[in-house]
Design a protein around this ligand. Structure first.
Ligand SMILES: [Fe+2]
Length: 290
């Protein structure tokens, strides 16, 4: 049985204690869905340095807060700021490289396939820096670094990675945001909770990829992502795991990661168990201090 620990959106809430607690679980692999930083890049670096202390093998994907300045992030979410987006993207590559250096041996990159025969699994990372929804975020960076300018190109890029896949190993997709097609309600796993109209805020390219991968005969055991926080604007919480055929979708973005529970300070992550065709996920709360 393969045991994978998944850490959702961190937004600054990860330190050496968390690294020690995660190592103590003895996971085969850790996956980080991104968003190490809040709005300051120094946070991403501090988190990355704490992650570097992990003894457990780990793989990460950049979120929309990583390698991105606060003003740049604002330009991506506001309408009609196309020119500013292009300009503010200058330096994103350099900022991402600093995070990668701070992470040491932990890869943090989109559009990669990690075939881990030693662990019995392969991890495919999806489009990095996703903001979710119907617009391709950080387009300049995606074009320059990955040659991806559209959702269609993004799906094709992910699909091309499957040429290097080992058909005997399960595939787990690591994304920052999940795919479209899993619900339109505010409390759906990737539903929009910040507009009165609600709607599906998943990534359309990830949906294209999943449908085409299945059509080619690939089985995706799990799609692991975050971005859409469990606590909803206006109250309530969202569904965080959904089964779709042989695939388990897991949204690990319980934020804040740190909370007070039964009188103790705890940190959240998700444990995924993979054995043959069976895949399950459970929330785990590690006690940081009683
Ligand atoms: Fe995010």
């Amino acid at each position: 049985m393969l045991r994978i620990g998944v850490v959702g959106d961190v937004h600054g809430q990860f330190d050496a204690i968390d690294a020690r607690l995660l190592d103590a679980h003895g996971y085969d692999l850790l996956l980080f869905v991104g968003d190490f930083a809040g709005y300051r890049q120094s946070e991403a670096l501090r988190v990355a340095e704490a992650m570097r202390g992990l003894r457990t093998p780990a793989i990460a994907i950049p979120g929309n807060h990583d390698g991105v300045t606060a003003v740049q992030l604002l330009s991506e979410v506001l309408p009609g700021t196309g020119a500013a987006r292009e300009l503010l993207a200058l330096g994103q590559d350099r900022r991402c490289a600093r995070i990668a250096r701070a992470l040491g041996p932990i890869p943090c990159e989109g559009y990669r396939l990690f075939v881990r025969r030693d662990l019995g699994v392969q991890i495919l990372t999806a489009r990095p820096h996703s903001c979710g929804g119907p617009r391709l975020a950080f387009a300049r960076h995606l074009r320059a670094r990955y040659g991806v300018g559209t959702f269609e190109e993004s799906a094709a890029r992910m699909l091309s990675l499957l040429d290097g896949a080992d058909p005997s190993l399960p595939i787990v997709v690591l994304a920052h945001n999940g795919p479209t097609g899993l619900g339109m309600a505010r409390d759906s796993i990737y539903g929009c909770d910040f507009k009165a109209s609600e709607g599906d805020f998943g990534d359309p390219d990830l949906r294209l990829f999943l449908d085409r991968a299945r059509a080619r005969g690939h089985t995706i055991s799990a799609v692991v992502a975050g971005h859409m926080h469990h606590t909803l604007k206006g109250g309530g919480t969202r569904t965080w795991q959904v089964r779709e055929g042989a695939t388990l979708h897991v949204n690990a973005a319980r934020f804040p990661r740190y909370e007070r529970r039964d009188g103790a300070h705890v940190a959240h992550h998700v444990c995924i168990l993979l054995e043959g065709e069976s895949v399950t996920a459970d929330s785990v709360f590690d006690v940081r201090e009683g």
